[in-house]
Design a protein around this ligand. Structure first.
Ligand SMILES: C[S@@+](CC[C@H](N)C(=O)[O-])C[C@H]1O[C@@H](n2cnc3c(N)ncnc32)[C@H](O)[C@@H]1O
Length: 316
């Protein structure tokens, strides 16, 4: 394979690949819950064996279509040669179990998540995630199945709810001032565009970082990001076969905190409060004590990788 074919090196890819457990004797069933353009997937295909099964999820139908074309272009011949069975699933990863049941898969050998919002979502004005462009205040990953947009939220949520999401999801110190300004503005006219929201954040907070934080909090609320990752991880641990691996890459502290908390549930025995007896044994153990972070070299090449953390656990 010519390295020129791979202009994009996905975040922590060496660390992902070196911790990818591959059985030579039985079928590996691998789930990529966050396909995007399939860059991790393309590298993983180099490693997996004949007749393995590779299942791809993405909530964003456009990303899934782009991934299909990228994968076809780069590695389709390998998929065919190795007789790898592939599935592209347009669905939220919170539907993991249900979607796998539809294709008759009950256990898997490796599941991974790469949770950062990708550069397409920021660089493409049609994705509505950034205030860099003047566009509709939408922010849905999945424009088919998610009904509430960021505009619906800023125009309908109670002030306390707005304050809560700005604080909880982004630690925004000016949450109250910004929520006040939203309420004042929407009395006269609904807030419909990224630029309208940007202007009112600038007016109510003199901290230039507030814009990024408020946009992030709204995106997380629109897509229920913390709820879906919790739901999905709980399904993932039950789907994993004993001795196999779950990997999660996070990119910001709130997301990382949530993932850490859910994984911690799997790493401890559930005890009876009174007797101290084990009610449910722990489901997993850490593969590394600390999360893996990108090397200086990777950060130098890809600045966006600097806050990535990779957590790996093994099912017991
Ligand atoms: C950082 S990208 C993944 C990059 C990918 N690993 C690669 O190397 O090309 C994250 C992807 O996850 C998708 N996504 C985010 N939340 C999702 C969810 N709840 N369910 C399914 N896909 C989701 C986004 O649409 C995006 O395409």
């Amino acid at each position: 394979m010519n390295s020129d074919d791979f202009w994009h090196i996905p975040v922590l890819y060496e660390e992902i690949l070196s911790n990818l457990p591959i059985s030579q004797t039985k079928t590996n069933i691998i789930i990529d819950c966050t396909l995007w353009l399939g860059w991790h997937a393309i590298w993983i295909i180099q490693k997996i064996c004949e007749k393995d099964i590779f299942i791809w999820f993405d909530a964003d139908a456009e990303n899934l279509a782009l991934a299909k074309s990228n994968i076809f272009k780069k590695v389709w011949s390998q998929i065919v040669d190795k007789k790898i069975k592939t599935y592209f699933i347009h669905s939220n990863f919170s539907n993991l179990k249900e979607e796998l049941e539809k294709i008759n898969i009950k256990v898997v050998t490796w599941i991974y998540y790469d949770l950062w919002v990708n550069s397409i979502h920021f660089d493409d004005p049609d994705k509505w995630f950034s205030f860099r462009f003047d566009s509709n205040l939408d922010m849905r990953f999945d424009k088919i199945n998610t009904l509430t947009t960021a505009s619906d939220i800023v125009n309908s949520y109670h002030e306390n709810e707005l304050i809560r999401i700005f604080r909880e999801y982004s630690d925004e110190p000016k949450a109250k001032f910004i929520a006040d300004e939203i309420l004042k503005t929407r009395k006269t006219k609904p807030i419909e565009t990224t630029k309208e929201l940007e202007a009112l954040i600038e007016k109510s907070s003199f901290d230039s970082k507030s814009k990024v934080r408020v946009f992030q909090a709204l995106r997380m609320e629109v897509n229920k990001e913390m709820e879906v990752i919790e739901e999905s991880l709980r399904q993932a641990i039950d789907l994993l076969e004993k001795d196999w691996i779950l990997q999660v890459i996070t990119f910001h502290s709130v997301e990382d905190r949530t993932v850490k908390q859910v994984l911690a549930e799997f790493l401890e025995n559930k005890l009876d409060d009174k007797t101290g007896q084990i009610l449910e044994p722990k489901k997993a153990e850490k593969v590394y004590k600390k999360p893996i972070v990108p090397t200086q070299e990777e950060i130098y090449k890809n600045k966006r990788s600097r806050s990535a953390k990779l957590r790996i656990i093994k099912k017991l």
